[in-house]
Design a protein around this ligand. Structure first.
Ligand code: HEM
Length: 429
């Protein structure tokens, strides 16, 4: 197995960011190499076959795969991400029960309403920072969808808290500390709400995450601890707020590729879905995932020993030259003929939703993104302010530092937006 010679590569990883894994696998033309990170031996793998192996439950477990420092900020402790086997499937089924046609339809309606209301306000501002606006709109959307009460005077602070959890991933020092603090505050907030629901002081609608998680019983018939239920409610609202990164990438894509924007104006529906897929493939967000070897096995002739930490390169797989033609070109058309493998396009993980750890909110993300991309391309007239829109490949997660500043000139009335003879509301059903 190709090996990194240096004693510990943690600082190199921090200095190369998203490119650390691809720099080694593409350069050596390999799909595997061994390194040392945070004082332990780590095997890094990339590509479709690597993802297929990584999501084979007989080979890998998640227990002790997520570093404590990440649990104490991004994920929380005892959540679905660190469960295995029956315990995982049982908890995951609860998450997937929010992803029904009805529930996603509700999310869609809330998203459309909230973003249009927000956009109306943007027309009255000199200029707006899209990242900041998207965080707040998504926080309102996430909370309403999940049944979490959110008062107007706290929405900015809660939006920032939920954002800080995600923004802490690759952070050291103050950025990481902000994530830790946000974790404590958010868990206290939501655990109190769980208690109020259980005590009958708060009545969220029965189809919401807050209601279901407050009353969810574990396999032993016991209610989840309020703190664990809070971690799981936050597992819905935090990543919904994190869609704000993708929204900024989407605005960047339209800015850099005016032809995509022009075509979106004409042709929503299938094309907006392709645009959203390409945004999720092209731009760097979740960099990699970790799992531990369950029992010794051989993969492509390499020995994987029980307990070894293995990292799957998400960003690298989405840009792998064996899988994608001209991977560094932004081209939504590539999704027209995409063969829909669960293992080659993995911005939100791969494999199966119910049996494995693949992101529970992938359909929700695509829906929300489609609505916002159509709003940007078809419903809003805006100018992009002069600013530095460079995207660092070192900062994880990354976004243009300016947050995408724009001047919104006009919001078209909903009834004026037509798609090839159809009304927009029916365009992408
Ligand atoms: C911003 C866009 C998002 C990105 C980039 C993203 C990315 C990911 C990734 C990489 C995983 C790990 C997959 C694995 O461990 O194999 C994951 C898991 C998960 N995501 Fe997302 N996600 C996003 C949005 C969402 C949304 C909107 C929700 C909920 C509404 C959500 C809920 C979850 C849950 C519950 C898990 C844990 C699944 C499990 O461990 O079984 N995510 N996501």
């Amino acid at each position: 197995m190709p090996k990194e010679r240096a004693i510990d590569q943690t600082l190199t990883l921090l200095s190369e960011g998203y490119n650390y894994l691809p720099n080694r696998t593409y350069r050596e033309n390999v799909n595997i190499f061994q390194t040392r990170l945070l004082g332990q031996k780590v095997i890094c793998i990339t590509g479709e076959e690597a993802a297929r192996a990584f999501y084979d439950e007989e080979r890998f477990v998640r227990k002790q795969a997520v570093p404590k420092r990440i649990q104490k900020a991004l994920f929380g402790e005892h959540g679905v991400q660190v469960l295995d086997d029956e315990e995982h499937k049982y908890r995951k089924a609860m998450f997937m029960s929010f992803m029904t046609h009805e529930s996603l339809g509700r999310l869609e309606a809330i998203t459309r309403r909230e973003f249009r209301t927000a956009a109306q306000k943007w027309t009255k501002e000199q200029e707006i920072v899209l990242l900041e606006e998207a965080k707040i709109a998504l926080c309102r959307i996430a909370c309403e969808w999940a049944g979490v009460p959110l008062y107007e005077d706290e929405e900015r602070e809660r939006a920032q808290q939920l954002f800080d959890l995600v923004d802490s991933i690759g952070g050291v020092g103050p950025r990481y500390q902000r994530g830790r603090k946000a974790r404590k505050q958010a868990e206290k907030w939501v655990a109190d709400l769980i208690r109020q629901v259980r005590d009958g002081q708060l009545y969220p609608s029965e189809d919401t995450a807050l209601f279901i998680m407050a009353h969810h019983t574990e396999r032993d018939g016991e209610l989840m601890e309020p703190e664990v239920a809070a971690v799981e409610v936050i597992n819905i609202i935090r990543p919904t707020v994190a869609i704000s990164y993708f929204i900024v990438f989407g605005a960047l894509a339209l800015h850099e590729h005016p032809s995509v924007r022009e075509r979106l104006k004409e042709d929503a529906g299938a094309y907006s879905k392709m645009v959203v897929q390409e945004i999720r493939r092209y731009y760097p967000f979740a960099p990699m995932l970790g799992a531990r070897v369950r029992t010794d096995f051989l993969w492509e002739g390499y020995a994987f020993k029980k307990g070894t930490l293995v990292l799957l390169d998400l960003y690298g797989t989405n840009h792998h030259p064996d899988l994608w033609e001209k991977p560094d070109e932004f081209n939504p058309e590539r999704f027209k003929d995409w063969k829909k493998s669960p293992f080659d396009f993995i911005p939100q993980g791969g494999g199966d939703y119910d049996k494995g750890h693949r992101c529970a909110g992938e359909w929700a993300t695509v829906k929300v993104m489609q609505i916002v991309m159509e709003l940007l391309a078809r419903e809003l007239e805006y100018e992009v302010c002069e600013q530095d829109l460079t995207l660092s490949m070192v900062r994880i997660p990354t976004y243009p530092e300016s947050g995408f500043r724009m001047r919104v000139l006009n919001l078209k009335p909903a009834e004026m937006i037509q798609t090839k003879g159809q009304h927009r509301n029916h365009a992408h059903k």
